[in-house]
Design a protein around this ligand. Sequence first.
Ligand SMILES: Nc1ncnc2c1ncn2[C@@H]1O[C@H](COP(=O)(O)OP(=O)(O)OP(=O)(O)O)[C@@H](O)[C@H]1O
Length: 853
Amino acid sequence: MATTPMLKQYESIKAKVPDCILFFRLGDFYEMFADDALTAAPVLEIALTSREGGSGSRIPMCGVPHHSAENYIQKLIAAGFKVAICEQTEDPQQSKGIVKRDIVRIVSPGTVDTVAAEHKNNYLAAIYKEKDWGLAYLDLTTGDFRLFQTPSQQTLLNELNRINPAEIILPKEFAVSMSKALDGYYSNAADKTIFSSLAGFRERFHNYTGLLEQMPVSARAAGALWNYIKKNIPDSSLQNVIELKSCRQSEVMVLDRWTRKNLELVESSRFGDERGTIFDVLNLTKTAFGARMLRHWIQQPLLNKEQIEARLDTVEELTKNTFARQELFKCLSHVYDLERLTARLSYGKASPRDMLALAATLACLPEVRKIIHQHQVLTLTKYLEPISGLDDLSAKLLKAINPDAPVTLHEGNIINNGYIPEIDRLRAVASGGRDWIARLENQEREKTKIKSLKIGYNKVFGYYIEITNANSHLVPEDYIRKQTLANCERYITPELKEYEQQVLNAQEKLFDLEYAVYTELKDEVLSHTPPILNAAQAIGEIDVFLSLAEAAVRHHYVRPEINNEGTIHIVEGRHPVVEQVCNDLFVPNDTLLTSSKSLALITGPNMGGKSTYMRQVALIVLLSQVGSFVPAQKAAIALRDCIYTRVGASDNLASGQSTFMVEMNEVAFILQNAASRSLIILDEVGRGTATYDGLSLAWAIVEYLAGNPTAQPLTLFATHYHELTALETMFPAVFNLHVAVREKGSDILFLHKILPGKADRSYGLHVAKIAGLPLDLLKRAESILRELESLSGETYPDKATRVEVLQPSLFDQEEVHPLLKEVEEIDLDRMTPKQAMDYLYDLVSRIRSSKVL
Ligand SMILES: Nc1ncnc2c1ncn2[C@@H]1O[C@H](COP(=O)(O)OP(=O)(O)OP(=O)(O)O)[C@@H](O)[C@H]1O
């Protein structure tokens, strides 16, 4: 129990935020005490000390400097803590007794004002449930605020998965029932009252009454979200949040979370980040907000043909107008993150440098307009208006703010000379004062004949004259002694003090005036928030179009033709990501899916390229609906409402589901939701269970998809169950494709070419050989394979597949070539480098002349 008044004050404040680490402001530091200190010190890697807690006890303590607190706060947030910031709420010099302190802000993952990932949004989400599910999410660092409402919990989870919120608020009563579904998210159970007192929110968004009435459950979630922010960041004006948007499912393509994951749209399974994704290939944007917008576009392809064609028109024009594209790109590379700068301004966190960045960005807008005009980029003319009207503001800021302004606000040097006459005058007095002091120093040296006489300054005594003890006998009588040090004395004179007062007064007035002028400028910028955010939106879109056009040119993409006839016809299609790693070796493939031939069954060896092919088709369709050009020689794309994929094995052991269970869940979801305007990719469905169970399921799934006369989605189905190929003769919609391989002795060569008809075999054992399984094991596997095939042969729908297997053994031990033997026996340690080189030349020439190796 603390007994000092300060620690008592600490305890009473800490009691208000038991779930937070309390940053308690003491002078220039934020201190943490007791359990908070014990928890935070190791996370922040700072020293743990202790402080007198009264009655001889000591309390653990650690602290961080206030000017670098942001980094430490971020570290604690990243480690899963919430941080409450407690400031001194009165001037310590004016206060009697203990300084008043209070909590000014509670920082949690969804309410941080700085985020490291510039390409990603940082959403705070709230969920509410009545009959429907309501979702609202807001990125405080960009002002993006959206509503989403759906009757299906699965769809809600899907949307959550897409936006990947940093934090979720939900009413306490759902917290338990939702805990499994929200596993992996940072969630906060809140009191129901914050979901019901919506007056403040409704007042702020009174222009959106219609939307709020259409989406009443999401409106509640949005209101709760608003209340939560107002409570946790009471002094934020939130002026950067000006718009409320709705996310309507009917306007964008449905991509469930498995599809987004399987197609590696914005996050790859290999790296867990954007490397190796479709976003990575297309993202040539120059601005952070352009990159964030592209991320959204890729995850939300459009459904409306006119909108898609309009985007394609813009991309096409920019691919053709190379000069305009390059000029615009050059211009946008000087653009800073307008959305996040505006957000920082509205939190009162913007430094003069942020204002300069904003001004420099706005100063690029006339140039963008000029390029659009000069190069007659017709599809971009609609952006001219939103990027106009801010020139005066940027000119004013650039005139007002010193390009070398410091990060801090209270030490002057913010405002340029020549902007405000009074600032110039005060600055002249303050710096003239320094010249005057230098003159006085010389004058006093001459007068006293003390060469070492110095005039110095410190915060306690102000200006003083310092004289070493050796010269003390020369000190004039009018000097007033102020301080005695080991080898000198410090004096003042009335003249010095009088001038000091003038200088200090001028400096103080200067700093205050500079701060006031800066605040005025800041308020003026804030009053322009809506046009600035509109300009950001326009520049973001231009940036995305430039990026799509540049990617199209660099990677040789073509404009897809969008149709409503239900036909996907791709000539020489490529996988946009795999082709990047294969360079010129990628083998393009054709695709033709129509309403009468809607289900392609693809067989062929492991490693043949089946998955790559199916994903490539899905990605080409998706990119077309994003409004991007596509990797193909020609592409006619039937508009799709949704793409479903079930690719490869995945498990969700954390939620207690086995691999097979997850697979069946995903397939069930697809079958329940697929309709004629869906594209379905199924890769080796059924392989997670016993062979016959798997085969029967796969068979029945194909029948289900191909046999429905009213709703036949376009489907690509890859399988190792060769028996399924017989379905081609039973269902008119089904047709077989296979991946070509060439056999070369006991080896196989993957041609990665998709051809009509079925594959004759799987080559699984060949692939295992390539992977390096022991030869003895492979031989044994081969004999088991033959045995099994002869046993089960009669049950195969098509026996032809079996005959081919009866061929000479693949895995007989090969005779070792004499050259290899010779090389193996060389003793390299006994050779000089010259001998080794000669030997190598000889070896190469023998190999070249030999046909054997
Ligand atoms: N069209 C292509 N051109 C060049 N290389 C390709 C092509 N398609 C696939 N590949 C290469 O082959 C590898 C295997 O492809 P993929 O995973 O698609 O085979 P698969 O037939 O689905 O195999 P499995 O049946 O074992 O899942 C890929 O990693 C890629 O490097």
